[in-house]
Design a protein around this ligand. Sequence first.
Ligand SMILES: Nc1nc2c(ncn2[C@@H]2O[C@H](COP(=O)(O)OP(=O)(O)OP(=O)(O)O)[C@@H](O)[C@H]2O)c(=O)[nH]1
Ligand SMILES: [Zn+2]
Length: 217
Amino acid sequence: MDKYKIETLGDNHISTSVQTPLRPDAFEKSDKEKIKNIQSYFSKIMEELGLDLTDDSLSGTPYRFAKMYVEELFYGLDPKNKPKISVFDNKYGYDKMLVEQNITINSSCEHHFLPITGKAHIGYIPKNKVVGLSKINRLVDYYAHRPQVQERLSLQILRDLQNTLETDDVIVVISAEHLCVSSRGIKDSNSFTTTIEYGGRFENERIKSDFLKLIGS
Ligand SMILES: Nc1nc2c(ncn2[C@@H]2O[C@H](COP(=O)(O)OP(=O)(O)OP(=O)(O)O)[C@@H](O)[C@H]2O)c(=O)[nH]1
Ligand SMILES: [Zn+2]
């Protein structure tokens, strides 16, 4: 099958190794039901920590926590929340690099469920299609709002854009701080992590280095 013709619904268009591991019944329950259950489980965690849930500052926390998980931090797990990415014909015949820089990354590490915060820089060289600029930011936001590892986040964005734009000529750089490294464990607050994933013409050293110069790397 032509890889560019695959439906871009959910993760179905990207190879299994790059997909977020989900249970087959991941979306059988409604968001409301998930919030109700997580609220109850999180109350138990708080109680186990010895917290008094009758305190008026703590009593609403299990609900706030559950709502935050389902609706705010992890809405990118559910394909129904995937933004519609509008693409247009490349009428102008623009065939040089387009770079979208400093895209905010707010994600969560899947090993510790702590924040990953940073920036993504994305470049592509259009063939027949161009994309609405803000849609690149929206796509990054969607894939970031899942429990993630940075390598997989980079690849999910790359593969999606390659399919949407019908070209391999895409590059994704992410630099991010992982709170699991900076605020617990080794507690190294100076280090950050950079990933770089690309395909097509970005394999060419000169083109890749033009991109890296543009983003100031
Ligand atoms: N490759 C990769 N590793 C990550 C990412 N986020 C967190 N990690 C690492 O995942 C690893 C989990 O290692 P474990 O040894 O199982 O967990 P841990 O005992 O909490 O490890 P420490 O953080 O070293 O205390 C840690 O080294 C984390 O730094 C990521 O995006 N990519
Ligand atoms: Zn972590």
